[in-house]
Structure formats: C-alpha cells, structure tokens
Design a protein around this ligand. Structure first.
Ligand code: G6P
Length: 366
C-alpha cells in the first residue's frame, strides 16, 4: 500500500496523530463485546507457564520493560526482559514452562530473530507481537499477535510503540484472567480504561501547542534528563531515546529513585529534567526527587495531570497537563507528550525528522 503524509509536514507527525485511530483498531481486534480478551488461534493458556521471557531491541525493548510491570503486577508471573543482542550471546538457560515473547515492529530485526531461534525447542511456547504479520519473526512463532498500527514510515517509532503497549497490556489481562489473579471487577476496570484511551489520546494531542513551546526551549539544551518511577520509568527511557534519535540532543533516563546515586551530579541551571508523573501512588516520591533537582537549579518539565500539577507545579520551568487516566494505561497515554516533545525539538533544530542520520528503520544485519 502507498502511504503519504496526509497533509502533515512529516510522517512522524502523521503517525503520532494517527494514534487514537490505530489504538482503537488494536483494541477492536482483541476485545470482545462482553469485555474479554480473545487471542487468535491457537491462543495461550497462561496456567501452563511459570515464567515469561521478553526480548526485543530499541523502542520495542522499552515496550517489553513496561510490560514487565504489567505481567508481574496484574498476572503475578515472574518476567525476565532483555535486549536481543545480549540475550542471544549469553545463551541463558530456559526453564521448563517458560513462555518466550518477542516484540518487533518490522518482524525482521536480526538480533531479535536470532534470539527467537535460540529459544526454539527450549521454550514451551514462542509468541511474538509484530506490526508486519508476514515477517520472519511472525512466521517462526507459535503464535503471532499483530498490533494493527498500519505501515510506520518514520524511523523513530511512535504509533507502533503505543500499539505494542496496548497489545501487551491486553495479553497481561488475558494472563491475569487465566490465572485468576484479578477480580472480574478489576478486569472490567482495566478494559474500560483501555477503551477510554482513543478519546483521552485525542485530548492529549490538543496540548500540541504547549509541547511545541516547551520543545523550543528544550532545543537549546545540550543534555536532557528524563525521570519516572514504576510504569513511567520505561517510558522515561523511551522519551530519552526519542529525543536523542531525532534531535541529536544527549538525553538519559533514570528511575527517579536512582537520581541520588549519580545523575544528580550533572544537574545545574543548564539541564532540563523531564519528569513523567501522573498523580498515582508513587507521585509524592517522584515530586521529592523533582524538588532535589530544582534545589540545584535544574529546569523541570513536569508532565502530569490536573491534580498533580495543582499539587506540585510551583517552581517548575514548564508543565504539560494530561487528562486523568487509570494508572495501568498511563504509559500508553504519556507516550504522546514524550513523542511530541522529541518531534517539536527536532523540528526546532531543523534536523531530518523522518530520516535521522545514521539510523535505519529496520536493522536486518548484525
Ligand atoms: C531500529 C529502529 C527502532 C526500532 C528498533 C527495533 O533501531 O530505528 O525504531 O525500535 O530497530 O526494531 P523492530 O522492527 O524490531 O521493532
């Protein structure tokens, strides 16, 4: 199929804007009318496994790191996550009753495919979450779950990331329902939170102007830090990756609690610190880390909801307000400001947003 920019300046902008629609498609393909998760045949029986191994590269790896929190918290399954290039050469033991799951937009990443082949004959089942259903990774899996993001052209992955997250969360909910680790009510709660995502994303995208203004200021920085706790930690890593990929600004992410173990030494008045923090149970802890940054004159960009900003907006350099959202789906929604900040920063710097230097969309050689 031929794709064009549909009136957008870049494919990346178009793909960011498409997210309410493609997330809606992903949900429609897995959620039944009565709120259950239906997988394509032959399905997965999560009572038959004791352990989950998630393997991927790049942005897909950060989707896996996020999914670790979901599978552990919601379905109580021990999870190991690794980048494919390390996993394949470490040749880790794969205990019985392990489910191996590979996440890849293209389905052709050489390291991820090699990691999958390593698990063949060792893992109980091999699953993949892919955007290209006819790809090598999909073909070599026992079960391939398509993410329904549509063709992604921009080298920096955006809509594929949020669709990967959406499918991984649905898979964690399926696991929870098989294993009886979530009450019917809590399951229904999560499903309705998922269903609310397209509308919340549309609202979040209306903050585009605020993100553009903040990005203009970020574009003058030499280094940027991203902080988050819990489900926001992998997203902080993805936010930093997006920024360095397309704006060429050096960016690093840390779990907020690690700030005092090193990165705080870097803070001065030249360093913007992007803090991703919805008003959840970890909020107060993140706010205290944020105050440590401000006490050292770091410039905080706080991304939170109305309740969070009300409580902690004082003294921040910039803030972005997200709609209030169920804790479990927050990383899917907060991916949008992370993407838009990177996008507008790159546009302000005049870099080649869709074809950043030195990067390839799909890395099919080692
Ligand atoms: C490349 C792309 C990234 C992508 C990664 C993994 O580095 O530039 O955007 O996340 O490969 O690709 P995959 O197709 O396996 O998701």
């Amino acid at each position: 199929a031929r794709v064009d920019k549909a009136g957008h300046k870049h494919f990346m902008a178009k793909e960011i804007a498409e997210q309410p629609t493609v997330i809606g498609n992903a949900l429609a393909n897995y959620l039944t009318a009565d709120g259950h998760i239906a997988l394509p045949d032959p399905g997965v029986d999560f009572t038959a496994i004791d352990r989950l191994t998630l393997v991927a590269c790049g942005t897909a790896y950060y989707a896996c790191l996020t999914a670790k929190y979901w599978f552990e918290q919601i379905a109580r399954i021990p999870v190991e996550v690794d980048v494919a290039s390390e996993f394949r050469y470490r040749e880790p033991p794969i205990p019985d009753r392990t489910l191996a799951l590979f996440v890849s937009q293209s389905g052709e990443t050489a390291d991820t495919l090699a990691a999958l082949r390593y698990c063949e004959g060792k893992a109980a089942r091999i699953l993949s979450v892919v955007n290209v259903p006819e790809s090598s990774i999909a073909r070599e899996s026992d079960l391939a779950l398509p993410i329904h993001a549509g063709i992604e052209v921009g080298v920096a992955s955006t809509k594929a990331f949020t669709c990967q997250l959406t499918v991984l969360l649905m898979l964690a909910l399926k696991a929870a329902s098989d294993r009886g680790t979530l009450s019917e009510e809590a399951l229904a709660d999560h499903v309705s939170a998922l269903r609310s995502l397209p509308a919340l994303m549309t609202t979040a995208l209306e903050q585009n102007k605020a993100m553009q203004n903040t990005a203009r200021r970020l574009s003058e920085a030499r280094d940027v830090l991203f902080l988050g706790r819990g489900l926001m930690y992998p997203l902080a890593l993805e936010g930093a990756l997006k920024l360095k990929e397309i704006s060429y600004i050096h960016a690093e992410a840390y779990a907020s609690g690690e700030l005092k173990h090193g990165p705080i030494a870097l803070i001065d008045k030249h360093v913007p610190v992007v803090v991703m923090a919805p008003r959840d149970t970890l909020f107060d802890k993140t706010v205290s880390n944020m105050q440590e940054v401000m006490a050292r004159k770091g410039k905080v960009v706080l991304i939170s909801d109305a309740a969070g900003l009300e409580e902690a907006n004082e003294g921040v350099w910039a803030s972005i307000c997200m709609p209030t959202v169920h804790n479990a789906v927050a990383p899917i929604l907060y991916a949008l400001p992370a993407q838009l900040l990177a996008y507008h920063t790159a546009v302000a710097k005049g870099t080649d947003v869709d074809q950043p230097r030195n990067l390839a969309k799909s890395v099919t050689v080692e």
